[in-house]
Design a protein around this ligand. Structure first.
Ligand code: SOE
Length: 385
């Protein structure tokens, strides 16, 4: 069987999620080419070696440029914070490597445009890992909408709620600084929800946004404070938080629907709750990541006395991706969405099918997110296109 050699850059939270996907995908899917975990790259050599040993990467390298310049590497997996995506993706595409890139795509629309251009010019496969599209219940929602189950769509309501920085003692990690994150939940969380809104409802034409900060100064973080949404303080010195703590967007879609997006790291008690509801003329659907195997569906055409939201358990072999997993009713989890992405990416690299979201979709997401930041600054409604 054909093999594809992967070089992964980054070994923290996403490095693990991606490594798990590359390892598991040939076990559960009929892959068109076998992914080889060839080389793992990161700056801290001892941590990197521990990671590589545990996850089965054959080699390690501390200089990402050397990984990209290796002739035996086919795929570059960018599992790093967004401020490093542009430079690495540009170099990887120029070297003819296929790119599997973690979200959010970049720091700006301009960077995203350049990344898309260089990938197009070099004819490489590019995938942006908004993994939630590949949660079976969400893929089922897409299928049902395409089949007309909701009729004309009126409303999109999304909320992505976390609470990991409610404590003022939580330090100033890279996610809370503009130089490394560009923005707060508007980038990290609303990027996912805008991707889902584009996927399920359609293009967004205008954006109005409000952002706020609840805590403006935090203790400085220690050097290796990255990964798993944990960080430790370096001492007593503090620094300013330079990204928003919460964002609220209102949008208009090209198809006439209107939508709202709440993204926050201050929803006390909510750890990683991504929920959305779509209301249409014939029915509605609702999803909650905390119950990720379920899709709520209301059919306005049911007999009047029997109407009500019902729960579809998206665990059957007729549901997207589920024929690769367990017997009926056996649930799956967060990491499976990454494995589904790896399976589809290998098909894309071998020319069997296109993959989305790619950098073209990512650029459209960045346009909405950047319009949101601009609107929050100037108080105006921004026209995206
Ligand atoms: C942190 O907020 C985070 O890990 C996101 O960056 C991920 O994309 C999301 O899946 C979970 O939360």
């Amino acid at each position: 069987m054909k093999t594809l050699n992967i070089g992964i850059i980054g070994y923290k939270f996403m490095g693990k999620a991606h490594s798990n996907a590359w390892k598991k995908v040939p076990l559960f899917f009929d892959v068109p080419a076998h992914p080889v975990l060839k080389v793992a790259c990161g700056r801290n050599e001892s941590q990197l070696k521990t990671f590589a040993h545990k996850w089965g990467w054959e080699q390690t390298e501390t200089d990402w440029k050397k990984v990209i310049n290796r002739s035996d590497i086919d795929i570059i997996d960018i599992a790093l914070p967004q401020h490093m995506h542009h430079e690495i993706a540009m170099a990887a595409a120029a070297a003819g490597k296929h790119i599997f890139c973690e979200k959010p795509m970049a720091m700006s629309v301009k960077q995203a445009e350049e990344m898309l251009q260089v990938c197009t010019d070099n004819n490489v496969t590019h995938y942006l890992n908004h993994n939630y599209r590949r949660v079976p219940a969400i893929a089922l929602a897409k299928q049902m909408i395409s089949e007309g189950a909701l009729g004309k769509i009126f409303h999109w309501r999304a909320a992505y709620q976390q609470d990991w920085i409610v404590d003022p003692a939580f330090p100033l990690s890279w996610q809370l600084q503009k130089e490394t994150a560009q923005a707060g939940p508007q980038w990290d969380l609303n990027s996912h929800c805008v991707d889902l809104a584009h996927f399920l409802v359609g293009p967004i034409s205008t954006v109005t946004c409000l952002t706020t900060n609840f805590i403006r100064e935090r203790p400085l973080a220690s050097e290796d404070s990255v990964g798993n949404l944990k960080a430790t303080a370096k001492g007593t010195a503090t620094g300013p938080v330079t990204v928003e703590d919460a964002a609220l967007m209102m949008v208009q879609f090209d198809n006439g629907a209107i939508g709202s997006f709440e993204a926050t790291r201050f929803a006390t008690g909510r750890k990683n709750k991504l929920s959305f509801e779509i209301s249409g003329s014939k029915g509605s659907i609702a999803f909650d990541l905390e119950r990720m195997n379920e899709l709520q569906y209301y059919n306005a055409e049911d007999p009047e006395h029997a109407r009500g939201f019902r729960t579809i358990l998206a665990t059957e072999s007729v549901h997207p991706y589920m024929d690769h997993w367990w017997p009926p009713g056996h649930i799956i989890g967060y990491e499976h969405s990454f494995i589904h992405a790896a399976a589809d990416f290998l098909k894309a690299v071998t020319g069997q099918q296109a993959i989305a979201p790619d950098f073209n979709d990512g650029l459209k997401i960045m346009r909405v997110l950047e319009a949101g930041l601009l609107s929050a600054q100037n108080g105006q409604k921004i026209i995206v296109h």
